[in-house]
Ligand binder design. Structure first.
Ligand SMILES: [Fe+2]
Length: 454
């Protein structure tokens, strides 16, 4: 069992994230590793960093580390650990996110008002949950009330644990994107982790020239998750999908290309934008990606490594679906549908790229990522906006009960992003993964890959 980290003696400058194995063997080992990575991501923080909430989409770090424990407590320990007693019965109200069937919950907009329980209290909560979870996972305590699909009591519990681990990995990414916004809102612009010395020469690396187009033939393709291994319910069922012939760009759109769009009046030309996108440009005063600032004619970007010059051949990042769509229109291209992205990426092999474990927390130029199937930067730099609305696949059926609220009830007014980002844990990336956010969203590590009709 991992001890709760202490945080009072840490500074961003002195911390180094501990190594955590990416693919441990047993479920208990995987549980330990995933929980340890959450703690490792918090090591650069000081107590004051944990409580702040700077906008609608952001949750305090303290809430993330408590809520991920609440998930295991609510869906594994309370129903399946014989005689389980919560550390504090009030936490079920404080740290439920959106599961209506799991009971009343604290208002999301007021998560930043909660100074008690303290950070030490929520780390003690993590330890309490870890002790009970590992007793179940190591067989020291036999699970009760299980419902294994194969008649094995352990199956149902293990499936819930696997879901809880993937849930925690989603919050690991949110811990990073949220603390980035918290630090951005602070005028002294704290550094989360300094850029590694080995990365010093990569600020303006040599790019690989214009993107190539990868042609994909017309056909009826199978997409979606249908095999072994974990996937969220929204990734299935696997099904057939017709695609007209199309082409997809070999790499992500770069900052240099996006700067050309800006210089050509991209943010001032209504004809390039969807109506709702143009409304957002006007209402929010967008004139560059989130975290960019112009200082004396030079653009800088705020990163988790501090403020750096905008590197021309790094992927543009922190753009909304509206900006991605407008850039694509300006380019004479379009965004890929999620089916097009998946069919093209299927030829590229297993996910590879600079994931969170690289500790860069910032996308890199094309040379850093895989080139399988002619496609680069599929995973581990930025999530890629698609032209697909987030809707259920044919035959999709959410699970009954509160756990069925995980994905299905959000299938309205959101757009699918594919791939993975520099904040995603390596073992969390998958070909069939369907990330989703509303079109104006910019605080995620989101970027652009172009497509076109053949
Ligand atoms: Fe959650």
């Amino acid at each position: 069992m991992s001890a709760s980290p202490t945080t009072t003696d840490r500074t961003a400058e002195s911390s180094a994230l501990h190594a955590v194995p990416a693919h441990p063997g047993t479920l208990a080992e995987r549980y330990r590793a995933v929980r340890a990575w959450t703690n490792a991501l918090c090591e650069p923080l000081v107590i004051e960093d944990y409580v702040v909430r700077t906008m609608t989409d952001v949750s305090p770090t303290k809430w993330h580390i408590a809520h991920t424990s609440w998930f295991f407590e609510t869906f594994v320990l309370t129903p399946h650990f014989p005689g389980y007693r919560p550390l504090d019965a009030r936490y079920s109200y404080l740290f439920n996110s959106y599961y209506v069937q799991a009971g009343e919950r604290h208002c999301r907009a007021q998560r930043g008002f909660v100074t008690r329980p303290t950070v030490a209290d929520v780390y003690a909560y993590r330890v309490h949950v870890d002790e009970h979870m590992l007793a179940l996972l190591t067989g020291a305590v036999r699970a009760a009330n299980a419902f294994g699909q194969n008649g094995d009591d352990a199956d149902g519990v293990h499936a819930l644990v696997e879901l809880g681990l993937n849930h925690e990995q989603q919050h690991q990414e949110l811990i990073l994107t949220d603390i980035k916004h918290v630090f951005w809102m602070n005028p002294v612009r704290p550094v989360y982790v300094p850029r590694d010395a080995s990365d010093a020469g990569r600020a303006t690396p040599v790019g690989d020239g214009p993107p190539r187009w990868i042609d994909v033939a017309e056909g009826v393709y199978e997409i979606g998750h249908g095999g072994r291994g974990f996937a969220f319910d929204n990734e299935g069922p696997r099904h057939r999908h017709y695609l007209a012939p199309f082409r997809i760009a070999s790499r992500l759109v770069t900052n240099a290309e996006y700067l050309a769009f800006m210089a050509d009046g991209g943010y001032r030309r209504a004809e390039l934008w969807l109506s709702a996108g143009w409304d957002a440009v006007r209402a929010d005063g967008w004139e560059a990606p989130l975290y960019w600032e112009n200082e004396g004619g030079e653009w800088t970007a705020f990163t988790l490594n501090g403020t750096v010059p905008v590197a021309p051949d790094e992927p543009v990042c922190h753009v909304s679906c509206f900006e991605a769509d407008a850039f694509a229109r300006w380019s004479g291209a379009r965004l890929p549908t999620e089916a097009e992205w998946e069919v093209a990426a299927a030829a590229a092999g297993p996910p590879a790229g600079p994931f969170a474990e690289s500790r860069r927390f910032h996308p890199g130029p094309p040379g850093d990522a895989q080139a399988g199937g002619g496609l680069r930067q599929l995973y581990g730099d930025v999530w890629q906006w698609t032209a697909s609305q987030y809707t259920p696949y044919p035959g999709f059926r959410p699970a009954s009960g509160a756990i069925g609220e995980y994905n299905g009830k959000f299938m309205c007014d959101q757009w699918v992003l594919r791939g993975a980002s520099c904040a995603t844990p390596r073992s969390h990336a998958r070909l069939t993964y369907r990330n989703f956010f509303p079109a104006p969203t910019r605080w995620q590590f989101s970027g652009i890959r172009l497509a076109a009709d053949a």
